[in-house]
Design a protein around this ligand. Structure first.
Ligand SMILES: C[S@@+](CC[C@H](N)C(=O)[O-])C[C@H]1O[C@@H](n2cnc3c(N)ncnc32)[C@H](O)[C@@H]1O
Length: 295
């Protein structure tokens, strides 16, 4: 992603390449994962039929979940391909192709949210302030802004250039490898997508994966099983010869919670709270930071 100033016609479209896979994998998975912080921190504070804006809505899985609960939803995203899936996944949602840094919407929303650390894609505080300003403008007075980020210390600790997630299916596979440069406070995660056009040839690693994956998926919260899962994915990544890999890299910035708090204050947000999902106000390197504030 470019960190240069963008014109109002540009938008962040890097997810176009990943969209088909995201729609199969992360999208449905995040629908569940991201609901929990919303249920804990945002939804109890808004009315049952509130008007909500999802900034960086991706494939719209979360939008659909919230529509099913009675809310009115609009989603914006810079990737046309992600939005094509969003329109199918959430037919009653309203979707707008726009950049988070430049979108313009009137102040009609009761709350605006952004999940799955999407704002880590914004590569400077100056650009992040552009996003905050757009959100501020779109909120009604007293409206709530809620978002999460991966922060500097967390990325410094965990983004080591090793495969941390992935899957091997019958006709495709993928791995995700995050890496962070602490001194530059920037990093990227690489998504490697493997596709097999013909019937894939026999491979011992894939066979072991197919045999073990129901168990490994079920028990991945247990450290040993998680490690075996990753070991198999890393072996697949380094040794699979029959499937063609395509790498896409997504730059991200390691934001500091305190500097984001100052940026929010400068835009005019008040009642700014930063905490972990568990509700702790100590943001250590094991936890993402959740922000909730008010216009
Ligand atoms: C990690 S995905 C999260 C998608 C969705 N919120 C979820 O939880 O599944 C990040 C999304 O942010 C979008 N995005 C990143 N930077 C953006 C920008 N500057 N403007 C608009 N969308 C952006 C990408 O296109 C992508 O769909």
């Amino acid at each position: 992603m470019s960190s240069e100033k963008i014109s109002s016609h540009d938008h962040y479209s890097e997810y176009d390449t990943w969209a088909w896979l995201y729609n199969e994998t992360m999208g449905p998975q995040y629908r569940q994962n991201q609901l929990q912080p919303l249920e804990k921190m945002l939804l109890p504070q808004i009315s049952p039929n509130a008007e909500l804006l999802d900034v960086c809505c991706g494939t719209g899985h979360l939008v659909q979940n919230l529509i099913e609960r009675g809310y009115q939803l609009t989603g914006i995203d810079g990737s046309e391909q992600m939005l094509n899936y969003a329109r199918k996944n959430a037919p009653q949602g309203k979707f707008i192709l726009a950049d988070a840094r430049t979108f313009e919407l009137p102040p009609t929303f009761d709350a605006v949210f952004s999940t799955s650390a999407s704002l880590n894609h914004i590569m400077s505080i100056a650009e992040l302030k552009q996003v905050f300003q757009r959100v501020y403008t779109a909120l009604q007075n007293n409206g709530i802004f809620f978002f999460d980020i991966n922060h500097h210390e967390q990325m410094e600790r965990w983004w080591n250039g090793e495969v941390v997630e992935g899957e091997i299916k019958s006709t495709y596979a993928w791995t995700l490898t995050p890496k962070y440069n602490s001194s530059e406070r920037t990093g990227h995660f690489k998504v490697t997508m493997f596709q097999s056009k013909s019937q894939p040839k026999f491979s011992p690693i894939r066979s072991i994966w197919y045999f073990l994956s129901p168990l490994l998926n079920k028990l991945q919260n247990i450290s040993l099983f998680y490690k075996i899962r990753l070991k198999l994915l890393r072996l697949f990544q380094s040794q699979e010869k029959n499937w063609q890999p395509i790498d896409v890299s997504y730059p991200v910035r390691g934001h500091q919670p305190e500097e984001l708090k100052i940026a929010l204050q400068e835009i005019g947000f008040v009642d700014i709270n930063i905490c972990t999902l568990e509700g702790s106000t100590t943001i250590d390197n094991k936890h993402s930071a959740y922000f909730i504030c008010r216009k």
